[in-house]
Design a protein around this ligand. Structure first.
Ligand SMILES: NC(=O)c1ccc[n+]([C@@H]2O[C@H](COP(=O)([O-])OP(=O)(O)OC[C@H]3O[C@@H](n4cnc5c(N)ncnc54)[C@H](OP(=O)(O)O)[C@@H]3O)[C@@H](O)[C@H]2O)c1
Length: 222
C-alpha cells in the first residue's frame, strides 16, 4: 500500500496509516468513523451488496478499521443485505439500528451474543440486549451517548449515514474508491431527505491494487 497524500511513501502499513490519537469520546459520545466503498461512478452496491466492489486491499483496510472500534454500528437494511455475522475482535459488539425490530434472531450475529439492537423506546421487545432512544425514530445522538468506549465504526448503509450526517455526528469519513464503473441504480454513500453540507479535512489518500483510500476528518469551526 502506498501513500499519495499528504506525502508520497511506499510500503505503508494500514494499521499505522489509520492510527490517530485524536479519536476519543467528545460531547458525551464516542468518536464516529464511517467506512464505505463506492465504485468510480458512486455506486455503493452491485446486486444489492457491496462485496462486488471490493478486493483484498479493501478487505485489509476494512478489518484494520474494525480493529479500531469498540462498537460497530450498522443499519438494519445493511445487516440484512450483507448477512452480518459476529465480529472477529473479542468483546466488540455490532449494534443494528432498526425501527421495525424485524430481524432474524437465529443468525450467528445474535446467537453469538455479539449483536445489539438500537431502536426506539416504543419498538417491540427484542430477544437480545437493546439500546433505546427516541419514540418514532431512533434518536441517534441519544443512542451514541449510551454506547461505551471511544470509537464507533459505522458501516452504513446510506440511510443511516445520512441520518448521522443530519445530526452532525460523523467525525471521520473513510471512503474506498473501487476501480470500477457499475452503472445501475445503486445509491450513493449517504442519503437523506434534505442536504446537510458539512466540511471535512483530507487526512490521507492511500492506494493499493488500483483502489484509492480517502480518509477525512470533520472540520468543525465552532
Ligand atoms: N458500499 C458500502 O460500503 C456499503 C455499506 C453499507 C451498505 N451498503 C449497501 O447499502 C444498502 C442498504 O442501505 P440502506 O440505506 O437501504 O439501509 P441501511 O441504512 O443499512 O438501513 C436502513 C434501515 O435502518 C433502520 N434505521 C436507520 N436509521 C434509523 C432511525 N433513525 N430510526 C430507526 N430505524 C433506523 C431502519 O430499519 P428497519 O427497516 O428495520 O426499521 C431502516 O430501514 C445495501 O444494498 C448494502 O449492500 C453498501
Amino acid at each position: 500500500m502506498r501513500r499519495l497524500l499528504p506525502d508520497v511513501a511506499d510500503d505503508v502499513e494500514a494499521a499505522a496509516a489509520y492510527a490517530d490519537p485524536e479519536r476519543g469520546r467528545h460531547d458525551g459520545r464516542p468518536w464516529v468513523l464511517v467506512n464505505m466503498i463506492t465504485s468510480l461512478d458512486g455506486a455503493v452496491a452491485v446486486d444489492q451488496r457491496s462485496g462486488g466492489l471490493g478486493g483484498p486491499a479493501d478487505q485489509h483496510v476494512f478489518m484494520t478499521l474494525r480493529d479500531l472500534a469498540d462498537t460497530i454500528l450498522v443499519g438494519a437494511g445493511t445487516a440484512r443485505a450483507e448477512r452480518y455475522g459476529p465480529p472477529r475482535k473479542p468483546g466488540q459488539r455490532i449494534a443494528v439500528v432498526t425501527r421495525s425490530a424485524v430481524l432474524d434472531w437465529s443468525t450467528p450475529l445474535f446467537t453469538s451474543g455479539a449483536g445489539l439492537i438500537v431502536t426506539t423506546t416504543t419498538a417491540p421487545a427484542v430477544p437480545v440486549e437493546s439500546v433505546r432512544s427516541g419514540t418514532d425514530e431512533v434518536d441517534l445522538l441519544g443512542v451514541l451517548a449510551q454506547l461505551p468506549g471511544d470509537v464507533v465504526l459505522c458501516e452504513g448503509g446510506p440511510s443511516l449515514n445520512g441520518e448521522l450526517l443530519a445530526v452532525d455526528a460523523i467525525d471521520e469519513w473513510c471512503l474506498t474508491l473501487s476501480p470500477l464503473l457499475v452503472g445501475g441504480d445503486a445509491g450513493r454513500a449517504a442519503r437523506s431527505p434534505a442536504a446537510n453540507v458539512e466540511g471535512f479535512r483530507l487526512v490521507h489518500l492511500l492506494e493499493a491494487d488500483g483502489f484509492l483510500f480517502v480518509r477525512a476528518v470533520r472540520h468543525r469551526t465552532t
